[in-house]
Design a protein around this ligand. Sequence first.
Ligand SMILES: CCCCCCCC/C=C\CCCCCCCC(=O)SCCNC(=O)CCNC(=O)[C@H](O)C(C)(C)COP(=O)(O)OP(=O)(O)OC[C@H]1O[C@@H](n2cnc3c(N)ncnc32)[C@H](O)[C@@H]1OP(=O)(O)O
Length: 181
Amino acid sequence: MPDDLTLPEPVGSFPAAGQPVPQHWSRCFGCGDQSPAGMSMSFTAGEGLDVWGRLEVAPRYQGGPGVIHGGILSTAFDEALGMVCRSIVDGPVVTGHLEIDFARPIPLGSVLEFHARIDGSIRRKVYASAEARIVEGPTADPDVVVATSRGLFLTVTAEHFEKTKDFVDGVPERPFGTSSI
Ligand SMILES: CCCCCCCC/C=C\CCCCCCCC(=O)SCCNC(=O)CCNC(=O)[C@H](O)C(C)(C)COP(=O)(O)OP(=O)(O)OC[C@H]1O[C@@H](n2cnc3c(N)ncnc32)[C@H](O)[C@@H]1OP(=O)(O)O
């Protein structure tokens, strides 16, 4: 992480603390309500440049016997880190780099709580980090961090999606750009 990062003020479009942070795109695998096979994650704005996220670990997310697949957990972190970027960016961002530390096994049936924050920003780069805890389920312990993540996100313009917009599956009820922010 560069040492010349700044911590910007929150953008006006970011919800007040405790309010839901809406899905960014209804077809998103992580948060969209028009993605039936998706993860249906939900998010709430924190007190500062942070968000809280929730994921129910469904049986179909299995990797090893009885535990969450690492790729699913990575996707959840990607979503949580991307969502917190909305606290300082009033427009789209995409993931440039994502790293995960898998600290404890996460059983199917768990409810995971994610806490993601902005670490800093410079030019188009936004650095964010997050941790996950099991808050419901067989091994729930809100004092234990079961995984952590750091990511680099880049702000992009709407043109970034110009080449792929024709591949959208079906007609979204709330097209990108009008669905949320
Ligand atoms: C599913 C997307 C939905 C988006 C909708 C958004 C709306 C709502 C908004 C917000 C909520 C978001 C919630 C989303 C959650 C899920 C997000 C995802 O999973 S996104 C899919 C995976 N990611 C990609 O598909 C990117 C593929 N990569 C690219 O398109 C390019 O590589 C891109 C845009 C990331 C950078 O390319 P360049 O040409 O625009 O920029 P250059 O000039 O190369 O880099 C700019 C700076 O960034 C650094 N940089 C770029 N990539 C880096 C990397 N991998 N590692 C380190 N630095 C990197 C460079 O060194 C440069 O730094 P210097 O300013 O010079 O200091």
